[in-house]
Design a protein around this ligand. Sequence first.
Ligand code: ZN
Length: 294
Amino acid sequence: MSKTTLESILSQYEKNSDGGKKPKVSNEDRLKKYFTEKLKKGENNTTKSFRILPGKEGSSPFDEIYLHEREVNHRYEKIYCNKLNDGELCPLCEAEEALKMDGSKKAKDMAKEYTPRKWYVVKGIDRDNEDHGVKFWRYKHKYTGDGVQDKLMPVFKLKGDITDAREGRDVIITTNRNDKGHSVVSSIMADDVSLLTSDTEKANAWFNNEETFRDVYAKKSPEWLDIVAKNMTPIWDSGLSKYVAEEEKEETETASLEDEINLLKNDVSTNTLENDGDGVDTTTLETNDDELPF
Ligand SMILES: [Zn+2]
């Protein structure tokens, strides 16, 4: 089956699944939303320049979010914790609690695999791809004190509020591989003082961007979480219009086409961003105003 056929099936599915009301951001556009300091396959080092945007009304630009990490469908997934982020029920946290209560060493070890971890999310501009607009940079909190946040804080202490749109600075992030081959940030330095941008259009779009991490890191459905909490594989059942555990499905249809679509639909439905429009909040743009918004 050609890829184009599959793509048209999926786009049709997307359109139908939400009644075609909300415009969805394409996969390509979705990827533009994320900034990462990590190295790509085959890369041994990289240096990137990122401008952190100021927090709203004097608040910290750094949000803290909690994510579970589980292997699902042979992929390591970061899963939004409904309990610690939103105070809702989280089947993965419940599994962690249940295992801890069991008391055996094995159960305790297993519980650790369910523990949500703290991450930071900060919005900013990827200087190498300014046309991508505002991006989200997510990295893990390291209790060992050698994480990205631990390298960013000295820059703030030394240079002050580097997020200031007029008197702030870009940060220069250098990433290398450690002896295990893992991507590791080796240094974060402050660049010279610079204006966020002198382009009025960009300034307005960036400065008025109201997206939060909740808009870009999608929550999973309760049944999807339940299945993953039971250490099973969620697959989309189009008849029931919900996720079911592959391991519990009675008829094991092995049609490769269906499997492929399910896999992709899984990706689409869990990762698709919802957006009010074209990504730029044009309602906040003022006409005939050459002034920068900061
Ligand atoms: Zn949780």
